[in-house]
Design a protein around this ligand. Structure first.
Ligand code: ADP
Ligand code: MG
Length: 238
């Protein structure tokens, strides 16, 4: 019997248009999707298909022109700025292609800055241990490889202890093998920590490791499928 999965986010009819008239870009045209607790969801699509725009809406970094994003009985799109900031700070973790680490801060400081103050040290230690970087806590970002920097950004996202991690092209700036290691880390978070991970990527093959795959084109979702036979990272090539 299939277990009942809990929805943690429901996006309904999201529309986002940049510009007006002839030059208008329909970044999102009525996009609806659900995100379930404890899943790895891959959102695939070529460059310009609207993936980042969608992820930014789900993470409360941007607002749609219309539509709703429901979470815990609230509609994110109706939040005032202060509530949206709180959501962004507490409820979601972000991992970007460009890592977004602060060069002047050590690894530990980069991670600790997002942790809840009362538990900062403990949470930071935990997050660094999960991504295997405890031994680099005193290093600065420039002293790390690209893969290590991305692991710091994952640790930073984890330090907030969000249930939802939104990753925008997390392997985009990494070489192939390092990219695979980062995907293995993200997979571990789902399988071992029970996190929900959304990975946005233009690399089709990455979809094979996800529980569910959504494809986008021209601001629309064109398909959605459940992976009955999910592959391990070691069995994926691109
Ligand atoms: P993807 O992440 O799939 O590459 P994006 O969501 O970044 O796609 O962009 C979708 C479309 O919206 C593209 O045509 C892009 O040029 C456009 N777009 C995104 N952000 C802006 C913006 N701030 N101003 C104008 N156009 C934008
Ligand atoms: Mg993008």
């Amino acid at each position: 019997m299939e277990s009942v999965k809990k929805k943690i986010l429901e996006a309904r009819d999201l529309v986002k248009t940049y510009g007006t008239g002839e030059g208008a870009v329909h970044a999102l045209s009525s996009v609806s999707l659900d995100i379930y607790d404890g899943e790895m969801l891959a959102i695939l699509g070529s460059s310009g298909s609207g993936k980042s725009t969608l992820l930014n809406m789900l993470g409360g970094m941007d607002r749609p022109d219309s539509g709703a994003i429901l979470t815990d009985g609230h509609d994110l799109t109706k939040y005032r700025d202060r509530e949206l900031t709180r959501y962004r700070k507490k409820e979601v973790g972000f991992v970007f292609q460009s890592f977004n680490l602060i060069a002047e801060l050590t690894v530990r400081e980069n991670v600790e800055m997002t942790a809840d103050k009362s538990q900062g040290k403990y949470v930071t230690d935990q997050a660094l241990a999960i991504v295997g970087l405890s031994h680099k806590s005193g290093s600065y970002p420039t002293q790390l490889s690209g893969g290590e920097q991305q692991r710091v950004s994952i640790a930073r996202a984890l330090a907030k202890s969000p249930r939802l991690l939104l990753c925008d092209e997390p392997t985009g700036a990494l070489d192939y093998e390092t990219g695979k290691q980062i995907l293995a880390e993200l997979d571990k978070l789902v399988r071992q920590q029970g996190k929900t991970v959304v990975i946005v990527t233009h690399t089709q093959e990455i979809g094979k490791m996800a529980d569910r795959v959504i494809r986008m084109r021209n601001g629309k979702i064109t398909s959605e499928e459940i992976n009955e036979t999910r592959l391990g990272i070691e069995d994926i090539e691109w």
